[in-house]
Design a protein around this ligand. Structure first.
Ligand SMILES: [Zn+2]
Length: 170
């Protein structure tokens, strides 16, 4: 039984935004993939997937008897998350940016003030300079990035990647 979650990404996704196009989780019983409509719901499931594994019946109106929502194949690029990444703190937004050569992702958080933080030390200095978030700690944030499934990376990805816009970050 796999307990990792996969997220799939459309290769034509806009550069810059969170580059994940579709979120899906695998049922622990029938192993079918169920599409999860929002990043927030997906992160909620992911944050407790070890102690509270996902099954089809946890999705409204779904059961293991229904056909899979989505199949794992090379029609789209798949990336795999590990379970139990902490749920993004309220007001923050977690983003993943795919490198142009499709080699890996970089994780970041957009803070409630609109600032982007890209690592634990930037989180620490954000909390330090914004005392209203002092209840948060660096461990509430994870810069772990999903594994890219090589067998689903489009042949043309490298070319496409280099043609995509560079993300300006501030
Ligand atoms: Zn199922």
């Amino acid at each position: 039984m796999k307990d990792g979650h996969k997220t799939s990404k459309k290769s034509e996704a806009e550069a810059g935004q969170s580059s994940i196009g579709i979120y899906a989780v695998q049922c622990g019983e029938c192993f079918k993939w169920r599409v999860i409509p929002t990043q927030e719901e997906f992160e909620d499931i992911r944050s407790r997937s070890v102690e509270d594994p996902f099954f089809c019946h946890k999705k409204p109106n779904a059961s293991c008897d229904d056909p899979a929502d989505i199949e794992y194949d090379a029609t789209r690029m798949w990336v795999v998350d590990k379970p139990n990444i902490p749920k993004t703190p309220a007001g923050f937004q977690r983003g993943l940016v795919l490198r142009k050569d499709h080699s890996k992702f970089d994780a970041n958080y957009t803070t409630p003030t609109g600032k982007k933080v890209r690592g634990p030390s930037e989180v620490a200095s954000f909390i330090e300079s914004n005392p209203e978030y002092k209840d948060l700690s660096v461990s509430d944030f994870s810069f772990w990035t999903p594994k890219i499934m090589d067998d689903t990376v489009p042949q043309t990805a490298k070319r496409k990647g280099s043609a995509s816009k560079r993300v300006k970050t501030g």
